[in-house]
Design a protein around this ligand. Sequence first.
Ligand code: NAD
Length: 368
Amino acid sequence: MTTRRKFLEKISATSVAVPLLYSPLNLFASSTVHYEGPVLNVAIMGLGSYGTRVAEAMQACKRAKLVGVISGTPSKVKKWQSTYGIPSKNCYNYDNFDAIKDNPDIDAVYVITPNGLHKDQSIRVAKAGKHVICEKPMGINAQEGQEMVDACKAANVKLLIGYRMHFEPKTVAVIKMRKEGQFGDLKFFQGQSGFTIGDPNQWRLNKELSGGGAMMDIGIYSINGARYMLGEEPIWVTAQETKTDPVKFKEGIDETIQFQMGFPSGAVANCLSTYNMNNLDRFFMTGSKGIVEMQPSTGYGPIEGRTHEGPLTQPHITHQTLQMDGMAALIFDGIKPIVPVDGEEGVKDMKIIDAIFQATKTGEKVML
Ligand code: NAD
């Protein structure tokens, strides 16, 4: 009897200690499931192409709602007000948005502006007492990222980074398989992330606003992917840069970088980040017991892929819808995604990017 009681006590102690994990499919198992509970009221800062995509996706959210905007363009604000029913009292510009602190109708601000603006804008949001959701890359280097983490801690608000793949059902299924040991001892990851960039005058090719070229924008998917697929943190990087168009890709704007990462288990990743090749969106991983390949692997989907067990068949649900509902679940209920989306997670990627840039300059292996 005593033994049985001890056993039960142990089990319940364990179940309390294990954090609740967010399952992307639970909330959407049936579109008729009625949600009753707190809703995360969000203002979007930066009404550009990705901000628009997030706003559209949020229309299907159950736990998160678009209620405000921050923009420097009055005509866009007007259009968003009429499209999404946003009241004038929830509309701000880049000069006056600190006043959001006096607006109880907004819980969080989603920063979707050029990378070089993320740090200052996120810190202002934190100081206004609102949760910060910030797009990737969280800043333009690890030091900026750490300042953002510290500011959000000091203000007692959450800092979440827009890592939408951490909520994507096929990706989550592969990570679960890896955690269960279904791929065996992991040996090798290959990530290819890139597209051909157009307009040479856009902010993505302006160092001050972007912080770098393809690596900050798209290469980060292979970095983050290597980490969540292998489930380890790299201990070294090597990297080689190729530049075929130094006019379009000026000093500090990387066109193509190949990079390698070594992990404590002995696993190695070999990745490609580029602004000069189309249709590069592929992950491959092999272990002693199996393989997984995904292509597309991080685009807006549907993600497609297969493992040694067969095709990945989890349903496609708009990534940003899952992400925003998942982030609301995290903020209100502490329900965590399978891989963190917090500021510390963002800083880990930024440290690796810093090391990759250093490695391309010196040609040396950089230890992390
Ligand atoms: P975009 O150029 O389409 O939009 C940027 C917005 O910021 C525009 O509305 C622009 O007016 C505004 N802005 C404010 N101040 C500005 C300034 N000084 N200079 C230029 N624009 C300024 O860019 P985007 O594609 O929407 O990217 C925005 C952010 O979202 C970036 O950090 C990017 O990395 C990220 N992003 C993430 C994903 C994803 O899948 N998670 C996809 C695309 C973009």
